[in-house]
Design a binder for this molecule. Structure first.
Ligand SMILES: NC(=O)c1ccc[n+]([C@@H]2O[C@H](COP(=O)([O-])OP(=O)(O)OC[C@H]3O[C@@H](n4cnc5c(N)ncnc54)[C@H](O)[C@@H]3O)[C@@H](O)[C@H]2O)c1
Length: 367
């Protein structure tokens, strides 16, 4: 019989979306406790979701009678909280960004290996049905070579969003719109196309009065030789996410719902009738699984139960943090940056202090 894992959810912001996803999979997971910085906050959320226990602080979460600690705390706490969960002998799930530097990700990789437990970073956008169809077309060899990919992350965040004290600061949010918002679209890019060879990025703070960037333009050269561009802003009314993958044999275009762009519908336009037949044949056996957070958790359950591969790995999160490092290094030097980022790179231990000290330059880019 398939095990039913006991989970503690730590954090009640996006943690509520995690709770809904677990509760949609009652045969796989039982949420035994909700945890927050203050017990009263955890209690309110526990009451809302009918969860028996409200905990205060990560140490209570790690001591709970549970198999999995799911970390939905602010970014600057992720590395510390994930490592505490592993040391306590729990499996862990951690929201994005996993950490603020390659140094901290490498420490987590070592901590996971030493613990005998499994740490899964969150990249739930991978698990929309339409996007999974694209993955299937890619794996079946139907797409042919990648040519270019164009991505728009045009979202809207105004001053009230930054009332939460950790947001908007290099030391607590760890980065701006690249780190907090476009991280999903960039993961979707590498999930389909593969690793990045080099990157050229410009960042600006033009929407809100914050330390970190809220606009960016990025050019990426992928390891397979294809090219990609990202246009990013948090100042767009209306909001949209748009992913347009151009391959030799087909063009894949997303829907443009900002927070559900990996769901149906996408269009797959074949270049020839033969490519059209190949798309139809490859998608004929497509079996939809749960989507988004529930999709990632259902696959996590399978990985834990069978010892199979995690649906999102520490290597995936490392690639994401490496790309962030490269983009912030490129923006700092106004030059393209080649990957991989080595241990002796000046930003291997983080990009935040550079940008904190570069604040007058960032301010010049504002209106
Ligand atoms: N995957 C996504 O689509 C997505 C969406 C939104 C946010 N996020 C990420 O989720 C994380 C949380 O974001 P949010 O918007 O929910 O933040 P939030 O400020 O709304 O919630 C943070 C939660 O962490 C709790 N917390 C803080 N310190 C704690 C501690 N020491 N011990 C226990 N609990 C503690 C707080 O009480 C609060 O409940 C961020 O990293 C953010 O980037 C991801």
């Amino acid at each position: 019989m398939s095990p039913r894992y006991k989970v503690v959810v730590v954090g009640t912001g996006i943690g509520r979306a995690h709770l809904r996803a677990y509760q949609s999979l009652p045969a796989l997971f039982e949420v035994v406790a909700v945890c927050a910085a203050e017990r009263s906050e955890a209690q309110t959320c526990a009451d809302e979701f009918g969860i028996p226990l409200a905990l205060e602080g990560i140490d209570e979460a790690c001591a709970a009678d549970a198999d999995i600690v799911d970390i939905c705390t602010p970014p600057y706490l992720h590395a510390e909280h994930a490592s505490k969960a592993l040391i306590a002998g729990k499996h862990a799930i951690c929201e994005k960004p996993l950490a603020g530097s390659l140094h901290d990700v490498d420490a987590l990789i070592a901590a996971e290996a030493a613990s005998g437990r499994r740490l899964m970073p969150i990249f739930q956008y991978r698990f929309g049905h339409a996007f999974q169809k694209l993955k299937r077309l890619r794996e079946a060899g139907v797409t042919g070579r990648a040519l270019v990919t164009a991505i728009n992350v045009h979202w809207r965040r105004r001053a009230p969003y930054y009332d939460v004290p950790w947001r908007g600061h290099w030391q607590t949010e760890l980065g701006g719109a690249l780190t907090g918002h476009a991280i999903h679209a960039l993961d979707m890019l590498t999930y389909i196309i593969g690793p990045v060879r080099s990157v050229y990025a410009r960042i600006a703070t033009r929407v809100n009065d914050i330390e970190v960037e809220d606009c960016a333009a990025v050019v990426l050269e992928m390891a397979d030789g294809s090219l990609a561009t990202l246009s990013l802003t948090l100042g767009s009314a209306p909001e949209e996410s748009r992913h347009r993958f151009v391959f030799e044999n087909l063009v894949a275009e997303s829907n443009t719902r900002p927070y559900d762009s990996s769901g149906e519908p996408w269009t797959f336009t074949p270049d020839t009738p033969e490519a059209g037949a190949a798309i139809e044949a490859a998608l004929a056996g497509f079996t939809p699984e749960p989507e988004v957070f529930a999709g990632q958790f259902a696959r996590y359950h399978r990985a834990l139960a069978t010892g199979g591969p995690l649906p999102v790995t520490l290597a995936d999160a490392r690639a994401s943090i490496e790309l962030l490092t490269a983009m912030y290094a490129s923006a700092a030097t106004n030059r393209p940056v080649e990957l991989p980022i080595e241990r002796n790179h000046p930003m291997y231990s983080g990009w935040q202090s550079h940008w904190l000290n570069a604040e007058p330059d960032a301010a010049r880019l504002r209106r």
